[in-house]
Design a protein around this ligand. Structure first.
Ligand code: AMP
Ligand code: MG
Length: 414
């Protein structure tokens, strides 16, 4: 396959990535807090029942509904109090109740908790209407959240705050997680200058390495920043080989189109098994993907376009998937919001277009989206202004205002 093959449909490119990228080997135990955004390496079975005892879901009074005789009004003697963390010593007899606080263990002999606002309490007794409760009310049963031995998290789960909390509820101080991928990044281009230096005539600052750094880092990968590589074939080749030696993935920007100084494509065709060179999308068409096999290991490689918006679109919709597969998890499908376009949108028939949009809710609570304006793939300010990508499929041509379009919100992309 060479770089003259026609661009692949976007869905096909995503499928190829899912088929070719294998999860990394290697796991490590980490303290629970450090497991956040890591991928769980094993199924986790609950070592205990959660909750470990029947306990009160409300502040009130615990008693045995089963022991009550049928009546309109019940009067019970308050035999004591039980607080969270302090089990009740002794037994509660029929005709008695105990004052109980949320989370406190329900004493032996009780099956129901009535909220304190539903009783009249006076002189050590409570009165309550039979209609004010049903047996079993406000008792959280032992094991109702998780039963001992039950698988509660599967290996391959990307650990988010709820998962960390769940593991903590089981008393686990550590988690076995998969190794974090190391991702090498570099920019190519003789016109690129590092931030913090004066900009010569005709130069531009290397912004791609910064957006790329942010996107890779937020996914939870380690970044190996190799800087800017000049447009010289020998240097680019050496950089790729060094990246392949040190990292699990290499993502570069620039030099994959067909200009005279575009050497990235040429080098990749020599040293990598390339799966595709171009995707039928805008921005981001010259997005190349393959694998470098060297030194007995495989390194996945993305040659992303040079244009800053194209870099971000190609990363979010393609490279991100690949990094998740490397991490040993499956990327969750990106949610799409159906929104009424407030702007006329133009596009070319026959390719997927990702246009930058600003999602908002109107006064009736319905989603609307408007364009950020000019959609040139070099206009990085449009990415910073937008809060979502309007996805226009190949069969769509122009969109008049008032029509419904699908938008992928940026929130949740990482
Ligand atoms: P190329 O694909 O190398 O021809 O680059 C396409 C466009 O993206 C050119 O206008 C480049 O100047 C620009 N570009 C390439 N690399 C970067 C970068 N690292 N940061 C900002 N712009 C870049
Ligand atoms: Mg270039």
């Amino acid at each position: 396959m060479d770089s003259n093959t026609p661009p692949l449909p976007a869905e096909q490119a995503r499928r190829i990535i899912s088929e070719l990228v294998r999860p990394l080997e290697g796991t490590e135990h980490v303290p629970l807090k450090e497991a956040l955004l890591r991928v769980l390496a094993e199924d986790v079975a609950a070592p205990i029942d959660v909750p470990s005892r029947d306990n009160a879901a409300m502040d009130g009074y615990a008693f045995s509904a089963a022991a009550l005789k049928p009546d309109m009004t019940h009067t019970l003697k308050v035999a004591g109090a039980v607080l969270a963390g302090h089990p009740f010593e002794g037994a509660v007899s029929p005709g008695e109740c105990v004052r109980i606080m949320t989370g406190a263990p329900v004493p032996a002999g009780c099956d129901t908790v009535i909220p304190q606002e539903n009783v009249t309490a006076k002189d050590g007794v409570i009165m309550m209407e039979a209609s004010a409760f049903s047996p079993g009310d406000n008792v959280r049963l032992r094991g109702e959240d998780l039963k001992e031995g039950q698988i509660c998290l599967r290996g391959g789960t990307l650990l988010k705050p709820a998962h960390i909390g769940l593991l903590a509820s089981l008393g686990m101080a550590q988690a076995l997680v998969k190794r974090r991928p190391k991702v090498a990044i570099f920019s190519t281009g003789d016109e690129l200058y590092p931030v913090g230096s004066p900009l010569p005539e005709g130069g531009i600052y290397d912004s791609n390495r910064y957006s790329l750094y942010g996107m890779v880092k937020r996914l939870g990968c380690d970044v190996l920043d190799m800087g800017v590589i000049r447009d010289e074939p020998a240097l680019i080749r050496a950089a790729f080989l060094e990246a392949a030696r040190q990292a699990d993935a290499v993502i570069t920007t620039g030099g994959v189109s067909v200009g005279t100084a575009d050497y990235t494509g040429q080098i990749l065709s020599e040293i990598a098994d390339m799966a595709f060179w171009r995707i039928n999308m805008r921005p981001g068409q010259p997005t190349a993907f393959g694998r470098i096999h060297a030194g007995g290991k495989e390194t996945i490689v993305f040659g992303l376009p040079g244009n800053p918006v194209a870099v971000m679109a190609a990363f979010y919709f393609f490279a991100r998937d690949a990094l998740y597969y490397l991490m040993g998890t499956r990327p969750a499908p990106l949610p799409r919001i159906a929104a009424t376009s407030l702007s006329p949108l133009t596009k070319r028939l026959g390719r997927t277009e990702f246009q930058r949009g600003i999602l908002a809710q109107n006064e009736r609570g319905n989603w609307t989206v408007r364009t950020t304006g000019p959609q040139g793939s070099g206009i990085l300010s449009s990415m910073a202004q937008a809060n979502g990508m309007i996805v226009l499929p190949p069969e769509c041509e122009a969109v008049p205002p008032g029509e419904t379009v699908e938008v992928i919100p940026f929130e949740g992309l990482v």
